[in-house]
Design a binder for this molecule. Structure first.
Ligand SMILES: Cc1ncc(COP(=O)(O)O)c(C=O)c1O
Length: 400
């Protein structure tokens, strides 16, 4: 039976990682993989996470099952982190949460819920969007379409085209939005634009599905959740998938949550029972360890403060790398405007070079980025940012 299965093509990012590892050149720069890195190029365990982990292990007396919806304490902490303490929808009992295996798990459970409620649903994703959105959402059987989003000329959002496309969608179409730090472009909606999208979504009866994988890494923990909080206050229904991989550095612990906002506490309870059933049919229960750590961090005031400082330090590092990179590129290749990189948020930007130039960066300069020219800003360091800017300048000059 298995003889019939064909070999899948290699994942481009994994291929890039392997090529990077095999490259013996000491100047090599890895801007491919989407993980946060410090100025030594490491992805460390956060100090607050380390302390919380020790407390969790010291207290743990059993490894027995928790529940399909996961750890109730974690779910509550996440609701407060994402929606903000005292949010009207929380107080009205309109939000239900299921712990999920990472943001990916949350996205998939959300897609399964949509499929269950609306078997004919189509989810509309931004052009471009994070590549994994496609298999995670369509894997449940829902259809996928795209709306215009990124404006390569300005490095911002083509808001007019986006709004015109959303304005043509039928009622109950699902619209996937990135909460902050848009992956792969770094181009985010402004506060005013979130409000305009909200008005349109409300007027046309669309269902927003917000993916928030970078809360705290853009402008601030509360600021990055602005869209989620506004939408939850004004709309009857909303889906929010959250990842703790980046802002807690818990990548391999597979920690995330799916929040559903619905109109009444009754429908909210019905939805939670459906979410639990969906979990049981896929993986039964989410892994406990990462969620127990997040619960400890968020419910202990000292740990929470320490964590907020660490998220702040990650954010500041990314923002100053963006500023520094723009300055160095302006010096190395003054004929080209890279100032958009400083206006963008989060870990990613499109450098805006073509595939041949991406290959030249890799082959001649040992700089690794994906073919679409996405760079992980956090992969830059004070000791290689100059080399990177010079390499870009040389590749641009060579292809004139
Ligand atoms: C936009 C976006 N959503 C969701 C995720 C989910 O990540 P994880 O499943 O590792 O929590 C990521 C991770 O890279 C992401 O970039």
């Amino acid at each position: 039976m298995f003889e019939r299965l064909e070999r899948m093509p290699d994942d481009p990012i994994l291929g890039l990682m392997a090529a990077f590892r095999a490259d013996p050149d000491t100047r090599k720069v890895d801007l491919g993989v989407g993980v946060y890195r410090d100025d030594r190029g490491e992805t460390p365990v956060l100090a607050a996470v380390r302390r919380a982990e020790q407390a969790v292990l010291a207290r743990q007396t059993s490894k027995t099952y928790v529940a399909p919806v996961g750890n109730a304490g974690f779910n509550q902490c996440m609701e407060r982190l994402v929606f903000g303490d005292g949010h009207a929808a929380l107080q009205a009992g309109r939000i239900r949460t299921i712990q999920a295996p990472g943001g990916c798990g949350a996205l998939r459970v959300g897609a399964e819920l949509i499929k269950l409620a609306m078997p004919e649903a189509t989810v509309h994703v931004s052009m471009p969007t994070w590549a994994n959105h496609v298999p995670l959402l369509t894997g449940s059987g829902i259809k996928l379409e795209r709306y215009p989003y990124y404006d390569a000329t300005s490095g911002g959002v083509n808001f007019g085209a986006m709004m015109a496309a959303l304005d043509r969608l039928p009622q109950r179409a699902v619209v996937l939005l990135h909460g902050s730090c848009h992956n792969p472009t770094g181009a985010d909606l402004s506060a005013a634009q979130w409000r305009e999208v909200l008005a349109l979504v409300a007027q046309r009866g669309l269902l927003p599905y917000i993916d928030m994988a970078y809360q705290g890494l853009g402008t601030g923990v509360a600021e990055d959740a602005l869209g989620v909080r506004l939408f939850a206050a004004e709309l009857p229904e909303l889906i929010v998938a959250v990842s703790c991989s980046k802002n807690f550095g818990l990548y391999r612990e597979r920690t995330g949550a799916l929040h559903i906002v619905s109109q009444t506490t009754q429908s909210a309870d019905a939805i939670l029972s459906q979410l639990a059933r969906i979990a049981r049919t896929i993986y039964s229960m989410p892994p406990d360890h990462g969620a127990a750590i997040v619960q400890e961090v968020l419910s202990n005031e000292a740990l929470r403060g320490a964590w907020l400082d660490e998220v702040g330090a990650m954010r500041t590092r990314i923002t100053s790398l963006r500023r520094d990179l723009v300055a160095r590129l302006a010096q190395a290749c003054p004929q080209r405007d890279f100032s958009f990189i400083e206006r963008q948020r989060g870990m990613f930007s499109y450098l805006g070079v073509n595939v041949d130039q991406v290959r030249a960066l890799r082959e001649r300069h040992h700089v690794y980025l994906t073919d679409d020219s996405r760079i992980n800003i956090a992969g830059l360091r004070s000791d290689n940012i100059g080399y990177f800017a010079e390499s870009v300048a040389q590749v641009l000059a060579a292809s004139k």
